[in-house]
Every structure is written in C-alpha cells, then in structure tokens.
Ligand binder design. Structure first.
Ligand SMILES: [Zn+2]
Length: 317
C-alpha cells in the first residue's frame, strides 16, 4: 500500500503528462487509461506491476484504493465505483474524489463500466450499449467541482468522448458481445428501481434507452476535469415496463451481471491491445473543456476553492 500526499500526486500527474499551469496545447501526452468498474466489476486481471494505491484528494477519499499497473503496455488505473465488496450506494459514491484522484494519477481517458436496465426490446440482457447521451435525474449528489468563489460552465451538449467511444466499441465488438453504438442513459437517484409509471414515462415520452444510477454526475465531472469519458452500459434487465418480464428480480440481475463482467474484462483487454499509449489532443475537445469556462474574475476567486482545484483545473488556474 502506498499513501501519497496531495502534492506528490500532482507532481506525479505532471510527470505522467498532465499539463502544467498555463499550457495551451498538448501534443503526444502519455496516455493513462482509467477504468471505473461498476456492479460486478471490482478488479481487472493481468496487470503488470499491479499495486493498490491510496490516493488522497481535497474532495475526500475515493471509493476505494486505486489499482495501478500496465496492461499490454498501457498505463492503467482501475477504481471499483462502489468499492470492493460493494459498500457505497449510488447516492454516496464519492464521484468528485474519484475523478480528482484519477486526474492526480495522470489519467487522460476513462472507460466507465456500469450495469443498466433497458427500455428497448432489442437492447436485451447481456447486450452492451455505448451511451452517448444522458438525462440526469439525480438530485442528492454534488455534481460539479466548481461553485461560488470559482464559477465555471463547461459544455456537456455531447457529454461523452466520441473518439474514445469508437475505440471502445471496436474493442467490445471483438468479444462477440452484441453492442449498440449509441443510446440515451437516464440516470436515476435510486437506490430503489423505478416505479412502473416512471419506467413507462422514461421509455415512452422521454426517449431514454437505458437506465442506471451512477453515470451522472460522473460524466459531468470527467468533462470538468478535461478527461475523455466513454461509458459502456451493460444491460442486466428490462427495468419493469416489459409486460413479459415483470418487475426487476435481483437474482436475475446478478446472474446476467456476472456474464457481463466477463465481457467487460475482455473488452478492456482488447482495448489496451489497440491503443498506442499516446493521448493525442482530443478531436472533440474534452481535454480543453475548461479553456474559456471559468467566469469568476481572478481577483474575486476564493483561494481555498482554487487550491482544491489544483489537479482538476490547474491547467487554466
Ligand atoms: Zn475526448
């Protein structure tokens, strides 16, 4: 176990490629792939030099220690979203600490894996969906690193990274899993599943394709931290709208989840085989999201908040 202080982590992140203060253009950054494992995915196998590290952040402790190492030559960081043993409820996952910790470790790209329910007949249990849009119905979670004292507005019109998602989709396709290339994910607060009326509304009137409890505010925070983010949603059930499948049965969800976890691990391995190890400037602008986002005048900024933003927004502060 390694305990690293905040300042050391920032130094390490900068060595790994996180740009220094004032940097405007980043070319040929070393890639570090962060993987956030959802329900059923609590570790990844085959990492060389694997080490569980304790990372401290100004936003508190992450969900768990972070597993670092290399896989097929790619620098990796893995974090089980709910913690090993599934200890954090969706409402209580420390989303800000998780993303901040990844940033301190020099993570440039995140593959976010999570279980979901499906609103579409053709998105069946066992299928994977490359989520590219969200409807955020969460309401008990801090959803931004920024607040009074340092206000910033980033665009989340396209909340995922199209470039990284293409690579993930290609990797998933090699595993034989049925992959849907796009989908709208409704993020609910939970921890209960939907009522029938909610499920019908999301499906019939809101245009949602899948439903889950954890990708928001994670995607928004990754964008604020200028990290490319690609969420893969693994279908476990039909929520409760489906007349032939009835209400969600937890035992069914767990059985499908285990099969999905195996496919997720195979996808991660295939993805690392296809990556070059270099993070080129993102064509979608994920890695420059803060360029013009901070609105608060420099002399009006809260020094305490600015200090907390050292990793997330150090490039522009
Ligand atoms: Zn990107």
């Amino acid at each position: 176990m390694t305990v690293r202080c905040v300042q050391n982590c920032v130094t390490l992140a900068r060595r790994a490629g996180t740009p220094h203060k004032g940097a405007k253009q980043r070319k040929g950054l070393m890639m570090r792939l962060g993987v956030i494992g959802g329900s059923g995915v609590y570790d990844i196998d085959g990492l060389e030099g694997a080490e569980w590290q304790t990372i401290e952040t100004p936003w508190g402790a992450p969900s768990d220690q972070i597993l670092t190492g290399t896989l097929n030559g790619i620098d990796m960081a893995f974090l089980p979203r709910h913690g090993r043993g599934h200890v954090h409820s969706p409402s209580d996952v420390p989303y800000r600490a998780n993303i901040d910790a990844f940033k301190r470790l020099g993570v440039t790209d995140i593959l976010a894996v999570s279980a979901c329910g499906s609103f579409r007949e053709d998105m069946a249990p066992g299928d994977f969906v490359m989520v590219d849009q969200f409807i955020d119905r969460t309401r008990h979670r801090a959803s931004s690193f920024f607040s009074s004292g340092c206000v910033a507005h980033v665009s989340v019109a396209h909340p995922t990274c199209g470039s990284l998602s293409e690579k993930v989709a290609k990797a998933a396709a090699t595993t034989g899993v049925k992959l849907h290339p796009s989908g709208t994910y409704l993020a609910m607060e939970g921890p209960q599943f939907s009522t029938l009326a909610e499920s019908r509304m999301y499906r019939d009137h809101w245009g949602a394709d899948v439903i889950g409890m954890t990708n928001m505010p994670e995607a928004k925070l990754a964008r604020e931290a200028e990290i490319c983010y690609a969420p893969i949603a693994m279908v476990t059930d039909y929520d409760c709208w489906h007349p032939d499948h009835g209400a969600v049965e937890v035992s069914d969800v767990i059985r499908v989840m285990k099969a999905n976890a195996a496919n997720a691990r195979a996808t991660i391995h295939a993805l690392t085989q296809d990556l070059s190890g270099t993070h080129a400037p993102c064509p979608h602008g994920c890695d420059t999201a803060l360029e013009y986002a901070i609105m608060t005048a420099p002399e009006k900024r809260d020094p305490g908040l600015v200090a907390k933003l050292d990793a997330v927004a150090g490039r522009v502060l």
